[in-house]
Ligand binder design. Sequence first.
Ligand code: SF4
Length: 365
Amino acid sequence: MKPELIPPATASGVRRSLLDHYDRTARDLPWRRDTDPYRVLVSEFMLQQTRVETVIKYYEPWLERFPSVEALAAADEDQVLKAWEGLGYYRRARNLHKASQIVAERYDGAIPSDPEALRALPGVGEYTTGAVSSIAFGIPAPAVDGNVRRVFARLFDEAAPTPSWLRVVAGRFVSEDRPGDWTQALMELGATVCTPRTPACVECPVVAWCAAHAAGTVDERPAPPRKREVPTRVIPLAVYHTSGKALVQRRPANGLLAGLWAFPELNELGLEDCALSLGLTPRGDSGTLPDVEHRFTHLHARYVPAVLEVEPRPAVNLASDDDAESGAAPWPGEDLRWIGAEGRSDTALPVAQRKVFESWLESME
Ligand code: SF4
């Protein structure tokens, strides 16, 4: 159906029925207890591409660690990535950090209520703008995520809803009186009733208006996206260790897992040559650890770790006049770090790297 043909009575009937249902059945989620804009923004960043059950474990600890925009803005990136460790998609953490710095500097720590200013913050797209505007500021703005897309596709029996169609349809249904609850009620319907597989149509508060249900096409709406082939990449890693500690290296500022700590990758260099290039002297025989597999959105990575005991170069500190005069470079420098069993909680390692680290610790017992 063309959005302009949606009768006002349909929109108000759907709204009333869904909001009643939400009032009766809404899950008690930690981010629903307070509409403080910073808290809402944090929850929306965390919930992007991540399950509610996972976010619940991170949300309160994050707010204890960074209770305000200012606290987050003042934190080091390492502390931010560490608090995000395990949530994945680390770009969100870096964007949230950058957004907090802009808000602290430009808006005196208050998240802007103007949707345009909000949309201009790093990592804030159309969906997040709609969600924060409606939930935190009570602005009647639509917010279309994957759940909402599915609900509207089924309500209107639309096989391939385009972004512009969704924008207009979602805009027609927004509640002027309770915009934040409406946003959450729609997402809740998609997450708990109108699920991708086997939706609970018999319990659905909007079944009376659902065109796909009437046509028997629920399972085909929306049409599934064409599956992309995800390539597999084998990534050899080096676990260099000495005195119960292993060497990790900060990854480049751009690309996969940018800025996070990880074991050095063995590209064109072999295990020993790579050690020498990092200022390490190989000592003893090399070994291996079990492979670790990890699926990124666009890549299936198989990490193949090799282990080698090394003799590190003595640490050189440029603060020392003697070293500065001798022209020595600092070592290990800011991009290399030794981590052992005690200090592991200070360093943010991506999930697969942490598995390699834990398996190395186990092998040393
Ligand atoms: S009736 Fe079924 S398909 Fe239609 S909106 Fe409700 S749960 Fe989804």
